[in-house]
Write a protein that binds this ligand. Structure first.
Ligand SMILES: [Zn+2]
Length: 307
């Protein structure tokens, strides 16, 4: 079993301005924690490439890509929505963030590693085919899924999303593709206040009340995600790894603990080992309290590494 850790210094240069919760300290906290824990000695570090236009076009409209290129500021800040701040380093960071998932797919399907974690920003799961939203520019995981389907010819791909926010972007781009099983659990009603998808054979969307904690979260995974995943037998599992449901994270009212994130990571690995030769591509979404974020990413990495 081997695990890649994919990132790029450009992801630190996406400046969101003073006091913004989605900032470069998040990546620094993760990197420092992995070094201090010494598990960094056993990880394959890879630099994220830039995503290509062709790869982006599998998930986003040409008009959206042109708009994004056009609005990027030469200096200072601009906003794509009330939360999504952009600055001169943003476009490059976004290209590396989406590119990291492409490289992770190539590495995992190519057999160079068993699984991969992409420690990148901006996050992706709120970005729709033609709309930036909620700190997200390109829909990183959806772009990686499309790459696995179109470039590598996979027929059955699962996406699991345990970020505390509903993944409206991933849903917009992937729901309706019969080759994709989408499983999510999130606080509701809550940002992004988009319509809930109808559950079906390919959609397992489990809303949690704001007061939810470990029992409700684990029941959602045990009773809904795992039976669907076991039935579907995916060839690879993508993880939208958001850690903002942690009780120390003020971004939400759900109260998960470090142990819950380790537990769900272990459950995902077990399903991947059963049907997908262990193949997992995981990418960072939310997680804004940097201490719990760094601890939980270390724990997620340890599970991916079989430690
Ligand atoms: Zn989130």
């Amino acid at each position: 079993m081997s695990t890649a850790f994919i990132s790029h210094p450009d992801c630190h240069d996406h400046d969101t301005g003073e006091g913004h919760p989605e900032n470069a300290q998040r990546l620094s906290a993760i990197e420092d924690r992995l070094l201090a824990s010494r598990i960094s000695d056993f990880v394959r570090y890879l630099d994220a490439p830039e995503v290509t236009r062709e790869q982006l076009l599998r998930a986003h409209t040409p008009g959206y890509l042109e708009m994004i290129d056009a609005v990027m500021p030469q200096k200072g800040y601009a906003r794509l929505d009330p939360d999504t701040v952009i600055s001169p380093g943003t476009l490059q960071a976004a290209k590396r963030a989406a590119g990291s998932v492409i490289l992770a797919v190539d590495q995992v399907i190519g057999g160079q590693v068993t699984n991969a974690f992409c420690s990148v920003r901006p996050p992706g799961h709120h970005a729709e085919s033609d709309r930036a939203m909620g700190f997200c520019i390109y829909s990183n995981i959806a772009i990686g899924v499309k790459h696995a389907l179109e470039e590598h010819g996979l027929k059955k791909v699962a996406v699991v999303d345990f970020d505390v926010h509903q993944a409206n972007g991933t849903e917009d781009i992937l729901i309706g593709d019969d080759r994709v099983l989408y499983c999510s659990v999130f606080q509701h009603p809550f940002f992004p206040y988009t319509t809930l998808p109808d559950n079906s054979e390919r959609v397992v969307s489990i809303p949690l009340e704001a007061s939810a904690a470990s029992p409700e979260f684990r029941a959602a995974v045990n009773d809904h995600w795992l039976p669907a995943l076991e039935q579907f037998q995916p060839e690879i599992i993508f993880v939208s790894a958001g850690f903002d449901a942690h009780r120390d994270d003020e971004m939400s009212y759900v109260n998960l603990t470090d142990a819950d994130f380790r537990w769900v990571s272990e459950a995902i690995v077990r399903v991947a080992e059963a049907s997908a030769s262990g193949r997992i591509v995981s990418a960072l979404e939310g997680g804004y309290e940097t201490n719990s974020l760094a601890r939980c990413v270390e724990s997620h990495m340890r599970v991916l590494m079989g430690l």
